[in-house]
Design a protein around this ligand. Sequence first.
Ligand code: AMP
Ligand code: GLY
Length: 427
Amino acid sequence: MKILVVGGGGREHAIIKALKHNPDVTGIVALPGNAGIAADAECVPIKATDIDGIVDYVKNHPVDFAVVAPDDPLALGCVDRLHELGVKCFGPDAKAARIEASKVFAKDLMEKYGIPTAVYEAFDNADKALDYVRTCPIPVVVKADGLALGKGVTICFTREEAAAAVKAAMLDGAFGASGSRVVIEEYLEGPEVSVLAFTDGHVVKPMVSSMDHKRVGDGDVGPNTGGMGTIAPNPCYTAEVAGRCMKEIFLPTIAAMNAEGCPFKGCLYFGLMITKDGPKVIEYNCRFGDPETQVVLPLLKSDLLTIMMAVEDEILADAPVEFSDGAACCVMLASGGYPGKYEKGKTIDMGNAEAMAEIFHSGTGRNGEGQLVTAGGRVLGVCCTAGDLKTAIEMAYRAADQVKWDGMIYRKDIGKRALGILEKEHD
Ligand code: AMP
Ligand code: GLY
């Protein structure tokens, strides 16, 4: 089988490596892929957001199955267009992708169907939003409505900060068109858990839980990023919490999407906050998380392609989705300056890392001499699996220490909080 994967980051690299385990896979083409993915797939320089380009490519180079991984092409209807060509796909259509692409859609869905989430108000008028933050409870969270690369969320501890966040999004266009509407919501407290779940619109099969580390600095300080590292499983996601999530969040969300006439098929990402009142939804994503995928898929024992095809054919009930009992840790290596301005084109010295860990490439390229160079903010994900979390973390850091380039940054405390929770449990 020939498989198409749309996207070119660490998540796609992890998906491609998992797809290759299936012996029926004879070739994978990645659009656009990256320098690391090129070792595992044929990379063709068509942007993931160039839907016409992708459709033209597939017309001339038929594939048996397509996986559309990033949010933008999903929101732009890439799956809808590939379906029109008769190509089977993994990923939601544009209507279902609104669960991520519009925070207002997601919040209204949760309110209508009684799915637990932060209390909120939505605004498309800046004066009304500014009036609201003069009296609303503080802290408060201001979110741009549309896709904003994980940067459209501002947590505000004072009214001045809230007013400034509203102005930045709605009047100064800090997040482009994404910010012309905002959601202003209650600040929730508690540990965060990411749960990726396969669903075919009928059944939902959650994957092993994970924990992202979104802030750039050790100890969760500094600005939000796309994610600086992950561990799996997440110790806050106990069997009791998992049971409540299934009953109060996962199944009601699938039913709500069906009732709205936009059944969700693909990977639905639940960003959850485990509050003292129980689990609540912080956000939905219409896709695999990055870098959650880099720790979740290495623990998947079942065959990924079989599951993805079962989702498309709506027979997920028949497909096993099993995970190993071990743990995984992924440390992201990033360019100095990220998530702000950073330089590209730095030569990467891998040392012996590739023999010590699975390296998923997020933003890499080749220079004129064919050397591996940095080509993005997040550059490499160094991932290890082991029988227990402590070992997985130690192994990932030993490998990460091998890698060097001018200006490289990474967090030194990925998994530290999770280990603390596990140690407390054993006391
Ligand atoms: P989002 O892009 O919606 O995932 O938000 C990014 C991050 O902001 C989340 O991972 C949380 O850490 C934080 N966040 C978002 N919404 C809230 C909230 N209502 N209360 C507290 N923290 C939040
Ligand atoms: N790691 C967070 C995300 O993929 O949105």
